[in-house]
Write a protein that binds this ligand. Structure first.
Ligand code: KG4
Ligand code: ZN
Length: 339
């Protein structure tokens, strides 16, 4: 069975074709980074329009790379939520319309389920059960995963998501959008231990997070240094910020593993691409005889492959698909525990 996956929840249009026998046949992605850069963040209306512009060319590209015709698609899967309403509508309307025209069923997918299952796309995939750390621009959650569709929320951020904290802190440090990857690159040459930043909720005794205060602490340091701030100051402060986020994410992830009695950790979502987080999780895992699994770097941030793949796993686990009913709904706010 061949599943077309369509992702359009934020600022990336991603399409992919996944074959339940042969694996991932092809995928294509258009990032809107250049479009939003001059505004310093995602402009929802521009995002929606750009998705509409890119969906058809990306579908053609995926089909051509896969060497398939349109009729070879058996199921059309798309991100139903959570995300930006207009952006989701663009993908959902396209998917539903395509399914009607092909007379094929549709399968709406939860964006976070796509992230959560994305490490299973890799050749060396983890087995169930595992704890998943989902750290993206919109979410930071720890989930106990016992199978496809069986996700127990252990804890989540009480304010900013980890990626959001990266992006806001990057802005404070004068880095261009998208801030997370830029800050992470800068932090590579930062000297550790030069600033005392808080590690929010590190010892809260639960699996929740809070990152808003950390960004404020960075702002305080910037104000304190004032005019005398130089390039090295910025680099060292970026490192201190990253150290704090990585420490909290690592410590809480392993506390969650202990609590769940599991040995496998999956780290997914955009922040899962962070080099220092990967180093820290791997070192902690080695010391505890555990193992961490990551998606390929290209599938850490938003993409169509994870949506096609999550839909394929759902189909294999017996979920029912339906023909398009002529009406559809998007879910901009949608807890993963509600699927
Ligand atoms: O998963 P994703 O593409 O979109 C959401 O579902 O939100 O994650 C995007 C987030 C952004 O906040 C971005 O700054 C952050 O992930 N990000 C990173 C890195 N790469 C992406 N944060 C830290 N280090 C990175 N290397
Ligand atoms: Zn995402």
């Amino acid at each position: 069975m061949r599943v077309l996956g369509i992702e359009s929840s934020c600022d990336e249009t991603g399409l992919a074709l996944y074959d339940t026998d042969k694996g991932l046949l092809a995928h294509a992605l258009h990032s809107q980074v250049a479009l939003h850069a001059e505004y310093g963040g995602v402009v929802p209306e521009l995002a929606s329009r750009d998705h509409i512009r890119c969906l058809v060319p990306l579908l053609r590209e995926v089909l051509s790379r896969a060497g398939c015709v349109m009729q070879a698609i058996d199921v059309v899967a798309y991100t139903q939520g959570p995300g930006l309403a207009g952006a989701l509508l663009a993908g959902a309307a396209f998917a539903e319309g395509l399914a009607v025209s092909l007379n094929k069923p549709v399968l709406p997918v939860h964006h976070l389920e796509g992230h959560l299952l994305s490490p299973l796309l890799a050749a060396d995939a983890p087995e169930f059960p595992f704890v998943a750390l989902l750290a993206s621009g919109g979410h930071t959650q720890l989930m106990a995963v016992t199978g496809v569709g069986h996700y127990e929320l252990l804890g989540e951020t009480q304010d900013d998501a980890a990626g959001e904290a990266f992006d806001k802190t990057a802005k404070i440090l004068g880095l261009p959008y998208p801030g997370g990857p830029a800050l992470s690159r800068l932090a590579r040459s930062g000297r550790p231990g030069l600033f005392e930043l808080p590690c929010p909720m590190l010892n809260s005794g639960d699996f929740n997070f809070s990152f808003a205060g950390l960004k404020t602490a960075v702002l305080t340091q910037v104000h304190k240094r004032g005019e005398t701030a130089d390039a090295q100051f910025t680099v060292d402060l970026a490192r201190a910020f990253q150290d704090a986020v990585v420490k909290v994410l690592t410590q809480k992830s392993f506390a969650a593993l202990r609590h769940a009695g599991m040995r496998r950790l999956v780290a997914a979502g955009g922040v899962g691409a962070n080099w220092q987080l990967r180093q820290s999780l791997d070192a902690a895992a080695q010391a505890r005889h555990c193992r961490v699994y990551y998606p390929a770097l290209e599938f850490c941030t938003d993409n169509g492959a994870m949506i096609a793949f999550a839909a394929a796993l759902r189909l294999q686990s017996g979920v029912e698909v339906a023909r398009p009913a002529g009406t559809f709904a998007i879910k901009p706010r949608w807890p993963l525990s509600d699927i």
